[in-house]
Write a protein that binds this ligand. Structure first.
Ligand code: ZN
Length: 41
């Protein structure tokens, strides 16, 4: 999971996307987001 620092969009991808698919921000604007903690809903 990657989060765009520009628009806040969450991108689901195994590896880092080239750019934000929502706003087109460069990949350096994408921050790794830890997966949701299991057992918590
Ligand atoms: Zn974005």
């Amino acid at each position: 999971m990657w989060k765009c620092a520009e628009c806040g969009a969450a991108l689901e991808a195994r590896c880092k996307p080239g750019k934000c698919k929502n706003c087109g921000a460069a990949k350096d604007k994408l921050n790794k987001e830890p997966k949701e903690i299991k057992g918590k809903k």
